[in-house]
Design a protein around this ligand. Structure first.
Ligand code: ADP
Ligand code: MG
Length: 336
């Protein structure tokens, strides 16, 4: 649905071109929730603003459903932007307008519906985001989570195919974040809406995204399904994000087990195998003793996943490991 080809963006600062994004190649499929994570200044906002051409690229192309946005006339671009909704960290609501008037605004600008139809559409949208009872309040009378719900209703007003979210939950507390993310997931499923979401929080990625790109210094340093990136992070930046969010001390994974006898392995479970008893059954069968050195079991979006670091002692450890591998469990030997 979205295709970014060799996309770059530099900003001219004090007469010099400073690159903010370098050679980005990315494709995002219709219906997916695609996350982009990176530290402050990594280029996330620039990337999302290039997708709807709020910024013009210095090089490369942006294709939306096969149409090259960089070549459109400003009129055609305005039309195709109506198919892209956007929400922001600080909501960007009109403070002197009510909730209903904020949501009606993009419909009035589009000029396709009469007053009755607009009122009806606004009521529908407020119902969808759970604000039916707050139509006549002003933004100042709402909580942060409610303000973002207004932002979402407004972004959806013109039936976009794509929703861009720039740090949409970064100003919210964890519980409110979770409820706004659930709303985004519901909308994604109900309306078959494609969502691109940028964040600096790994938890946001883990709870609703299908795939993730990690961006660092204006480049995509890692890209893949969220489960893969979480369970097998490769780039140092990704590893830092994952280990911070999981409260894992990376050094304990490798160095701290000098006193533990036997072989040290890390097992990764994904999907159904996470909740099955392969390990204990096979350990019994092969008379292997194991100690659990580190571990985590969690859900990544809807997939159960687990990772255990074990010390293994016994004469048939290798047989045990090859049987686990047969069951689809990823076995990594950390120490022979
Ligand atoms: P993020 O959203 O990941 O925090 P941004 O995309 O906002 O990062 O910024 C990426 C880089 O581009 C930063 O170094 C930032 O200072 C620079 N930058 C962003 N917008 C502008 C601008 N309008 N003029 C000059 N530099 C900019
Ligand atoms: Mg930003």
């Amino acid at each position: 649905m979205i295709l970014l080809e060799n996309l770059s963006k530099s900003y001219r600062v004090d007469g010099r071109d400073i690159p903010a994004l370098k050679r980005i190649d990315l494709s995002i499929a219709a219906g997916e929730i695609f996350g982009v994570i990176g530290h402050s200044g990594a280029g996330k906002s620039t990337l999302i603003r290039l997708i709807n051409l709020l910024e013009r690229p210095s090089g490369g192309r942006v294709l939306l459903d096969g149409v090259n946005l960089t070549e459109l006339s400003s009129d055609a671009l305005r039309k195709s932007r109506q198919k892209i909704g956007m929400i922001f960290q600080h909501f960007n609501l009109l403070m002197s307008k009510t909730v209903a008037q904020n949501v009606a605004f993009p419909l009035q600008v589009a000029g396709e519906l009469d007053k009755t139809a607009i009122n009806q559409r606004v009521a529908e949208l407020l119902e969808l985001v759970g604000l039916a009872d707050h139509a006549n309040k002003y933004p100042a009378q709402l909580s942060g989570g409610q303000k973002q719900r207004v932002g979402i209703a407004r972004a959806l007003a013109n039936n976009p195919k794509l929703l861009l979210c720039d740090e949409a939950t970064s100003a919210l507390d964890p519980q409110t974040t979770a409820s706004v993310l659930q709303l985004l997931l519901e909308i994604n499923q109900k309306l078959k809406l494609t969502i691109v979401l940028i964040t600096h929080e790994m938890n946001v990625i883990r709870s609703i995204c299908d795939r993730v790109a990690v961006i660092d210094g204006g480049e995509i340093v890692e890209l893949g399904p969220v489960t893969n990136v979480f369970l097998h992070p490769k780039h140092p930046t990704t590893r830092r994000f994952v280990y911070e969010s999981e409260h894992v001390d990376e050094t304990t994974e490798a160095d701290d087990f000098a006193h533990v006898p036997g072989k040290i392995v890390r097992l990764t479970f994904k999907g159904e195998s996470t909740y099955q008893s392969h390990l204990s059954a096979l350990a019994r069968q092969y008379a292997v003793d194991f100690s659990i050195l580190a571990g985590r079991i969690e859900r990544i979006k809807t997939t159960p996943c687990g990772q255990l670091t074990l010390g293994l002692v016994g004469s048939q450890v290798d047989e045990l490991l090859s049987r686990l591998a047969d069951e689809g469990i990823v076995v990594e030997e950390l120490r022979q």
